[in-house]
Design a protein around this ligand. Structure first.
Ligand SMILES: Cc1cc2nc3c(=O)[nH]c(=O)nc-3n(C[C@H](O)[C@H](O)[C@H](O)COP(=O)(O)OP(=O)(O)OC[C@H]3O[C@@H](n4cnc5c(N)ncnc54)[C@H](O)[C@@H]3O)c2cc1C
Length: 384
């Protein structure tokens, strides 16, 4: 069987490693930090129902389908808490009919609640709310999900190497012939000679591709999240409107996390949370739940979405409107592919599509079976 090097140990990389290992490929994954050190370890931890993206029925349906698959293959990883979309202003109220119509088109089961029912479920919601819709959102601990995929890949003989950073590619005759890696645990540099390289480095995908003289049209787009000292609810709170700043509150253990903002940067290694974004999160969050303005800020964190920039469709295969597989054979390197975009919630699907692409190239006949194979428990990652 061919050997594949997966670069990047976020949710996309571990899902790709698992998909390809299940098909029988010999997989090694290298990650420059700990698993989840990039964007995947710093998300809201919201298992999307798709309702946030309801303006685009295809993307919303994609999220909901993956939501159902993930709950089926790993019920122990996802809280079945559900979510609420809440109208506070008249403008929010004006969005309700469109929202309900689109949910119906996407096949996402939702239910309107009365104000009293909603406040009984979540007493910290704004008592002046004008409408509430219950949706099948969920919550997860990002690290546990990443470890589960990584443990499942390991059970199928994948080798997972955190603290191993790719520092260079040697390209000869239109192929990557070797990859230079810095093992920070020793430390020492070594070389590997994979048959195929998958660049799953998210917001860093262009930086890594440049090491091979290639380009990836990724737009790193950071967002700020504010963790409050106190858990103010159980269900995910969403603002019933088009996605905007400070319109989500997700509860984890003893905290509630308010997010997020969005802007574009050149370098995902040089991002700090702007003070005004933190203030905006508190202001907007307290419109959803007034108690937000009275809680102490416990932590502020920021991470960058690997958004698909312009040119992705012309430089590769756009396999979905929300993510792209970039085929670098078009730039003259035939055994190198990049994957960008998507969401934590849709990483399994992204990995399946990427796995189809790599399998076609390497002549691997086995189809993806990640949608129907139960995931290993996360704690197995540390065993063996
Ligand atoms: C603020 C915010 C909130 C979000 N909330 C949610 C949410 O609640 N639910 C949801 O579904 N999605 C959410 N998302 C989207 C989701 O987090 C991302 O789409 C997803 O985590 C991207 O995963 P990834 O594996 O592609 O990238 P990453 O997780 O960034 O993984 C890439 C990895 O590559 C590594 N790397 C970089 N260079 C090298 C190198 N040279 N050698 C080796 N490794 C390298 C990095 O260290 C990194 O760990 C959110 C995004 C943001 C920005």
């Amino acid at each position: 069987m061919p050997n594949v090097l997966v670069v990047g140990g976020g949710i996309t990389g571990v899902a790709v490693a698992y998909d390809l290992a299940l098909r029988g490929a010999r997989v090694t994954l290298v990650e420059r930090g700990s698993l989840g050190a990039g964007t995947s370890g710093r998300t809201h931890g919201l298992l999307h129902s798709g309702c946030r993206y309801i303006a685009d029925v295809e993307v919303a349906r994609e999220c909901y389908t993956e939501n159902v698959i993930l709950r089926r293959i790993a019920p122990f990883l996802f809280e079945k808490n559900g979510g609420l979309f809440v109208a506070i202003s008249d403008d929010d109220l004006g969005y309700r009919d469109f929202f309900l119509k689109q949910c119906d088109k996407a096949g996402i089961p939702v239910q309107e609640l009365s104000r009293e029912e909603a406040l009984r479920l979540e007493p910290n919601l704004n008592p002046g709310l004008k409408a509430v819709i219950r949706v099948p959102d969920g919550t997860f601990d990002p690290l546990k999900v990443i470890l589960s995929f990584a443990a499942s890949a390991k059970l199928h003989s994948a080798v997972i190497k955190p603290f191993n950073e790719v520092t260079g590619f040697k390209v000869e005759g239109g192929r990557v012939v070797s990859v230079r890696i810095l093992d920070k645990t020793v430390p020492r540099e070594y070389e590997v000679k994979p048959d195929f390289v998958v660049n799953a480095t998210g917001a860093w995908a262009d930086k890594v591709a440049r090491l091979a003289g290639l380009r990836v049209p990724v737009k790193p787009s950071p967002g700020v999240m504010v963790a409050l000292d106190g858990r103010i609810g159980n269900m995910v709170f969403n603002r019933l409107n088009k996605p905007g700043d400070g319109d989500i509150i997700v509860h984890h253990r003893g905290t509630s996390v308010v997010g997020t903002t969005s802007w574009v940067v050149e370098d995902p290694d040089k991002v700090a949370p702007p003070r005004e974004h933190i203030e905006l999160m508190i202001r907007r969050g307290s419109e959803l739940a007034p108690v937000v303005s009275r809680l102490r800020v416990k932590a502020v964190y920021v991470s960058s979405r690997p958004l698909v920039g312009e040119g992705a469709a012309s430089s590769g295969r756009e396999v979905s409107r929300s993510f792209a597989v970039i085929d670098h054979s078009r730039e003259g390197v035939e055994n190198f592919v990049s994957i960008i975009g998507g969401k934590f919630t849709t990483a399994r699907l992204m990995a399946e599509k990427l796995g189809d692409f790599v399998s076609e190239r390497l002549g691997i006949a086995r189809e993806s079976s990640t949608a129907s194979t139960p995931l290993a428990p996360y704690w197995l990652f540390f065993e063996g």
